[in-house]
Design a protein around this ligand. Structure first.
Ligand code: AMP
Length: 194
């Protein structure tokens, strides 16, 4: 099973991914985590990505697609994969479709977690305060830049998946548990089909 979680920064993609990993044994592939890992290991990629991430901009599509290809190939044998924070552009969505076709795989669900952006700043600030390792990109200023990038580059992939009959939307303003139940109900439709 391949699931894509979409949503603005702070919508709760990471929280819901972690739960799906714990409860269903899915493998989470987060391009943000991969980039932070590269940075922590001091690789050339990590060094290049840092300035882009700190500015709230997007890392180049070809770099992201190469990272995903490597990890997807290694993860296909398990219970399924959640893509968190990827794709973030139409070019990435198209690259992913091509890659999956070559691998004989397909996307089962694209789930958009919809949120009121006025509350996102509060969430991001709370996350910054609660986190032991504060993310350099968790500030209101960078969040505003990230939201702008989200609208310009990432939001267009919502109609891309809608047109392909893949998209489901959940209300991300509910409690974490209610969002989780809504996601479970969507995933159940695949389980019933198979
Ligand atoms: P995230 O943890 O998903 O919020 O990602 C943190 C940062 O990593 C983003 O603001 C981007 O700079 C970069 N990044 C993560 N995933 C992608 C992606 N799919 N395409 C481009 N840049 C990405």
């Amino acid at each position: 099973m391949i699931i894509i979680l979409l949503g603005a920064p702070g919508a709760g993609k990471g929280t819901q991914s972690a739960r799906l990993v714990a409860e269903r044994g899915l493998t989470q592939l987060s391009t943000g985590d991969m980039l932070r890992d590269a940075l922590a290991r001091g690789t050339e990629l990590g060094k290049q990505a840092k300035a882009i991430m700190d500015a709230g901009k997007l890392v180049a599509d070809d770099i992201i697609l190469a990272m995903i290809r490597e990890r997807l190939t290694a993860s296909t044998g398990g219970n399924g994969v959640i893509l968190d924070g990827f794709p973030r552009t139409i070019a990435q969505a198209e690259g992913l479709d091509k890659m999956l076709e070559e691998m004989g795989l397909r996307i089962d669900h694209v789930i958009e977690i919809g949120v009121d952006e006025n509350v996102l700043a509060d969430r991001i600030m709370t996350r910054a305060k609660e986190s032991d390792e504060t993310r350099d990109d968790d500030s209101v200023e960078v969040l505003q830049k990230r939201l702008k990038v989200y609208h310009e580059s990432t939001a267009p992939i919502i109609p891309y998946y809608q047109n392909r009959g893949k998209l489901s939307v959940v209300d991300g303003m509910q409690s974490i548990d209610a969002v989780a139940s809504a996601i479970d109900a969507i995933l159940k439709t695949t389980e019933e089909r198979s």
